[in-house]
Design a protein around this ligand. Sequence first.
Ligand SMILES: [Zn+2]
Length: 213
Amino acid sequence: MTRNPLTPVAANASTQALRSTAGHRPSRSEAEEAVRVLLRWAGEDTSREGLRDTPKRVVKAYEEFFRGYDQDPVELLSRTFEEVDGYDEMVLLRDIDFESHCEHHMVPIIGKAHVAYLPDRRVVGISKLARVVDAYAKRLQIQERLTAQIAGAIDEVLKPRGVAVMVSSQHHCMTTRGVHKHGTQMVTSCMVGAFRDDPQLRREFQMMIGMPV
Ligand SMILES: [Zn+2]
């Protein structure tokens, strides 16, 4: 899968595109009404006790699922440290759990991301790497774009010698509907700079995340 690495996406471009739609944001009660419509469409009686607060709860859950739209990954990464005392080897954060939603069916994508970079003077607090994953995951996504956006933001802000991102996940649109294939994992990767050009470095990354090479 590393043969066709994804192209990293400029982090700012996506943020700007999202902001341009912000002016047409429906109100909370309109969103709750939309949930009622879907419930009625599914055959439910929205006045019954158990469903009375469901639209409220669904809208609240959506706030959590999609809170990434209010986060700017570039800003998250912008506090970097330059005192690295000559450290120039790979920095890797592996097994970062994430929950996202596919933009085609709005059902969960549950998976793990592994993020590495080869610093060039600047490093960042490692929790920031996990936050960047979340900022992009908590949006409607396709896994290919999620992978490229994470790599793009790190590349843009830290300007490292290389970035490697690997994402593996289960798509609930494939397990709970459609082809109903449980246990299948979708794996995507995005290699930038030295990770793209140097097979030895790429193998090192794959070994460190426990992938057979
Ligand atoms: Zn889907």
